[in-house]
Ligand binder design. Structure first.
Ligand code: PEP
Length: 258
């Protein structure tokens, strides 16, 4: 079955000013305007909260979507410093990254917390990009599959996945921001494992419809091979999404048909 690909840019805690954010998105827009972006690919930019509305405005004449990098699991109340899924929805945001490894490891987000966030994000009709992935220690211990399956079991508990309402990103932790890319073959093996797990948890139609991305030091030079794999439907891109020319080239190179 053919799934519409997705490239999701994750700007993380960058850049440092609104001017730089606008400059970056303008350069990307100009670069992408020059190419014939096929209808087989969607693009979303997952930004720091403070830039969401500004960049949404810069992209209003394009098909590109905007995403957040996190949200809280309560909708309102005394939760100083948090942003709710409802606020994101009411601001016209489409996507939200959940369970990124930097949230898991630096902010102690457990699968249980991610599960609560997923539930409220779905209730508010946002599209979550749910990240899973093993650490280097887990990989070396030979328990990658076990880790991925338990992350899926716990974060998807009691969640109704239709195949169109949740995107999964496989991000081996050892490949995030390190320059070490997982081989396309190995990434595809884990993406296939995720798809099989979705078939077990839900059914084969949900599994076939679900977009599964790969993330971890994706570059313009690696994307083509990754996108040619049967179970990789796109990429979650950190560092390379902060360099306009590199990101534009990455999008161009991602467009080859399977
Ligand atoms: C990410 O932010 O999810 C990511 C994969 O980062 P990078 O592309 O820099 O490894």
């Amino acid at each position: 079955m053919s799934r519409k690909k997705l490239i999701a840019a994750n700007w993380k805690l960058n850049p440092s000013s609104k001017e730089e954010a606008v400059d970056l998105i303008s350069s990307i827009k100009i670069g992408l305007n020059k190419i014939d972006l096929s209808s087989e690919i969607n693009l979303t930019f997952c930004l720091p909260f403070i830039y969401l509305e500004l960049i949404k405005n810069s992209l209003k004449d394009t098909q590109f979507k905007i995403g957040a990098q996190n949200c809280y699991f309560e909708e309102k109340g005394a939760f100083t410093g948090e942003i709710s899924a409802l606020m994101l929805k009411n601001s016209g945001i489409d996507y939200v990254i959940l369970g990124h490894n930097e949230r898991r490891s630096l902010f102690n987000e457990s699968n249980e917390i991610i599960n609560k966030k997923l539930s409220v994000v779905l209730k508010n009709n946002l599209l979550p990009i749910l990240c899973v992935g093993e650490t280097l220690k887990e990989k070396e211990a030979g328990i990658t599959e076990e880790i991925i399956l338990s992350q899926l079991n716990e974060s998807l508990a009691y969640i109704n996945c239709t195949g169109e309402n949740i995107i999964i990103a496989y991000e081996p932790v050892w490949a995030i921001g390190t320059g070490k890319t997982c081989s396309a073959e190995d990434a595809n093996t884990i993406c296939k494992l995720i798809r099989n797990k979705l078939a077990d948890l839900y059914n084969s139609s949900v599994a076939e419809k679900t977009l599964i991305l790969y993330g971890g030091s994706v570059k313009s030079s690696t994307i083509k091979e990754q996108m040619e794999k049967t179970d990789i439907d796109g990429a979650l891109v950190g560092g390379a999404s902060l360099i306009a020319d590199e990101f534009v080239q990455l999008v161009i190179n991602s467009q080859n048909k399977k």
